[in-house]
Design a protein around this ligand. Structure first.
Ligand SMILES: Cc1ncc(COP(=O)(O)O)c(C=O)c1O
Length: 288
């Protein structure tokens, strides 16, 4: 069966999808992206992802050639064409094609790529037993320099450096701190911990990505009657937590049982984490 991708204005076979070597996304990381999951053939929280993408592009002053409604239809059509039920949809948009960084030299329109793939970030055993995380030396970008609400291509070079650090010691994820040492987020996930039955997560103003899964987790936890506190924390709070977990589109909800060789509580996924994982999957099933 052919695999289709959307490139610029049309659906093409994946083997026929080619980009210019002068694409600004490739040359300068000048663009924005989204990762979206589809469950049962429906893109989960698609409107939220498209809002975040369009806001990123607005802030970068990259013009989209079509409106949100048309964009949503395009994503849905691609899912249909590829006959996928559960998939990871990657949307990348760059400013366009031109050598030299000055955007005024770009004559054509933005480059748009949408693809659908299978993606399992972690083996099932890690969802059952939990993930080991290490704090990495690479800090998140200062929000005064790089606006965290822009999910930009270029920003992720920091996250990839951080991921390399985690890989070098065989950890499942790398915990990134702010410049002044507060807990921020992992390389591709938001961080949560439970203390005395309250679920805590770092505040957006620290410069984290306001994850769509983070928002879903908060909504689901509140629906379960569990208190959620958004604040500023240090690693001490994680070391001494009753339980901890990460959220992200790719990883979904995954327990974190070890940080920097400290075992969190009894080293097993905690009861609130397990309840949330179950409720999250039920929520997803309802939406799709
Ligand atoms: C740095 C970072 N934090 C958090 C997240 C989680 O965001 P979301 O739940 O919207 O996927 C991501 C996902 O891409 C990320 O890259």
């Amino acid at each position: 069966m052919d695999k289709w991708v959307f490139l610029n204005r049309e659906f093409v076979r994946s083997e026929d999808a080619h980009l210019s070597i002068y694409d600004h996304g490739f040359l300068y990381g000048d663009g924005a992206f989204e990762g979206i999951r589809a469950y049962n053939g429906r893109a989960f929280k698609l409107k939220d992802h498209v809002d975040r993408l369009y806001n990123s592009l607005l802030a970068l002053d990259i013009k989209m050639p079509f409106d949100q409604a048309e964009f949503i239809k395009t994503v849905e059509k691609l899912l249909e064409m590829n006959e996928v039920t559960d998939a990871y949809i990657r949307v990348s948009v760059s400013r366009g094609v031109s050598l030299g960084l000055d955007p005024k030299n770009i004559k054509g329109q933005a480059t748009i790529v949408i693809s659908t793939d299978k993606l399992s970030l972690y083996p099932q055993s890690m969802y059952e037993n939990g993930l080991e995380v290490v704090t990495v030396a690479t800090r998140i970008a200062n929000p005064q320099v790089l606006e965290p609400r822009i999910k930009s291509l270029g920003k992720y070079v920091c996250n990839i450096q951080a991921k390399l650090e985690a890989n070098h010691v065989g950890a499942g994820e790398g915990l990134m701190l702010t410049e002044d040492g507060h807990v921020a987020e992992c390389t591709g996930d938001n961080v949560f911990f439970v203390k005395d039955s309250v679920v805590n997560t770092p505040a957006a103003h620290l410069g984290i990505l306001e994850g769509i899964t983070r928002a879903t987790a908060i909504e689901v936890l509140k629906e379960m009657g569990i208190e959620v506190n958004i604040g500023v924390f240090t690693r001490f709070d994680l070391y001494t937590a009753d339980e901890a977990f990460l959220t992200g589109t790719a990883a979904e909800v995954i327990p974190m049982v070890k940080l920097d060789a400290r075992i969190i509580a009894d080293g097993k996924p905690g009861p609130i984490t397990k309840k949330l994982m179950k409720a999250f999957h039920e929520y997803v099933a309802k939406q799709s």
